[in-house]
Design a protein around this ligand. Sequence first.
Ligand code: ZN
Length: 329
Amino acid sequence: MLSRKITDGTEFVVFDMEWNQPMPGKEYPFDVSKLTGEIIEIGALKYIYDNGELIYKDSFSADIMPVKYTKLHYHVKKVTHKKNADLLNGIPFKQAYETFRGFCGDSILVGWGSSDPSMLKMNLEFFGMDPELNMFFLDLQPIFSLFAGLQGTQRSVEAAVDYYSIAKNEIFHSATADAHYTGAVFEEIFKHNKPSEVISAISSSSIDPDVPSDFSFVGPECLDGISAFATAKLFMSVCPLCGSKLSVKIPGFRIRKSQYALLECREHGELFSRTRVKKNKAGNYYAASVLRFATQNDYWLVASKKEEFDKYGEKGKPAPKPEEEEKET
Ligand SMILES: [Zn+2]
């Protein structure tokens, strides 16, 4: 995806949110799927990148009074340690968001996991506000995994805090505390690695949350797997945003039931592609494809599958025999 250039003076806003959920089984006078969570807290820290390090600049925190899900869902209550009465102390969402957006200015948003920007956009849309964030977003979780040598695994922010031995003075799962911890992990990533390498990983992983980044295709029924694969060929050859022909960075290779490739649109950036051939109940084959703007996880995924393919071919690494598996554990 088109990424933003990071130079001295680039600002990052590390943020986290908490949201309340609808009560299961309760009837609401609106479509609950349009508001799967109502934001009740936003916490954020602003950093300036300067000469290889992150310099803390400012913080933001807002409690929001929900108007749709006004009683805390049991799970949310347990995780966030909030009480129903706390919700009444919040400010309206519109006011909180406008102040937060002003705080962000021209920065790059940073979060842990990819769910916060979409939840924010859902709330903006639901409450009749402009859902365009007009900011790039960086999911720090796979960046942490990359530099900690834990690629392909998802770790909690607490695991990352432990990894860098960051002091745990606040209880996790308040937006303010989690933003603080995420910021501390971000600082440590810069401290422990070559800034140029961190910058390069960040630049190739930041996405524009206002533009769809994930596309799928389901092909027609075919009598065999090879024809099913062929139906996805057109979908895999043009950019889903602009329709221009994609160039090939890593040519497609098939391992087990999936075919992987890394493609590139000159304007929109690199795309991860995967096609699986599946069999339906009638015994016919069809292709199910995914094309998405590549993130750090995707680069790792396609590279590790390629390595496996180069070593073992189409069948992939043989599954360990039961007795070998026992020895390993
Ligand atoms: Zn394009």
